[in-house]
Design a protein around this ligand. Structure first.
Ligand code: HEM
Ligand code: HEM
Length: 194
């Protein structure tokens, strides 16, 4: 990709800070999970705070941060998956429909993990082994989805010849339909007519 290609702003600074703080807090909480101690809890509450922020930012945030910009209808999602299987899926500036569903799943699981973590500190559920099991299961399921999430990021980066991880750092991507840097003329055309 040409370094001189005109870039467009996609992820605002808060989305980027949100994302990398979430990565740090999630992995921190995960690795400190066994003891469930004060630092683990603080990191878990940080995850919950970040998720709460993201829900608000998904309504009032910048264009590509909004849920209305990326949450697909079932029909759009099905169409995108069909296109993926036929290897003709369009490139998106914001989240693609499959990535978007993963993001919703991650946010939901993070909220549930944090909630069941907090519940263990309440009088009603103090010492509940079942809740500890559920909390651990939710955390491990989230980790599996994170693996798929990162695999999706790598796959999509390769497919569209762009570095999505860097875009989540700089906030910028090359514009849609940039034939000079797209995979092929067909791909450039698909970007223009998604
Ligand atoms: C080091 C591993 C990770 C990498 C490289 C990574 C990379 C990315 C990238 C590139 C995007 C933007 C995708 C796009 O362009 O559509 C993204 C979005 C996202 N990722 Fe990750 N991610 C990682 C770990 C995680 C973890 C651990 C979580 C949560 C537990 C997470 C949750 C999210 C969420 C919620 C979004 C949506 C961002 C938003 O719209 O606010 N990611 N990630
Ligand atoms: C949302 C982020 C969180 C993640 C990823 C996470 C992850 C984990 C993991 C992996 C374990 C170990 C489970 C096992 O061994 O099967 C654990 C245990 C635990 N977590 Fe969390 N957790 C989070 C949030 C919280 C919160 C917010 C609290 C409480 C305020 C909390 C309290 C606990 C407790 C009390 C344990 C049990 C430790 C023990 O075995 O005694 N967690 N967590």
């Amino acid at each position: 990709m040409s370094a001189r290609a005109p870039m467009v702003r996609v992820w605002d600074p808060l989305v980027r800070v949100f994302h990398w703080s979430l990565v740090a807090a999630f992995f921190g909480a995960w690795f400190l999970g066994e003891d469930g101690g004060a630092l683990h809890q603080a990191l878990g509450y940080t995850v919950l705070g970040l998720v709460a922020f993201r829900l608000v930012w998904g309504v009032v945030g910048s264009r590509h941060a909004r849920f209305a910009d990326f949450v697909p209808t079932p029909r759009r999602l099905a169409g995108y998956v069909r296109d993926m299987l036929a290897r003709r899926e369009a490139r998106h500036l914001g989240h693609n429909p499959a990535g978007a569903v993963m993001i919703l799943a991650l946010i939901t699981l993070l909220a549930a993990t944090g909630f069941t973590g907090w519940l263990q500190t309440t009088d009603a559920f103090w010492g509940s082994e079942l809740l500890e099991e559920v909390h651990g299961l939710l955390a491990h399921t989230t980790l599996v989805l994170v693996g798929l999430h990162v695999a999706g990021v790598v796959y999509s980066s390769l497919r569209h010849r762009e570095n999505l991880v860097r875009a989540m750092v700089t906030g910028r991507k090359r514009p849609l339909g940039d034939a000079a840097t797209a995979r092929s003329p067909e791909a450039a055309s698909a970007e223009r007519h998604p």
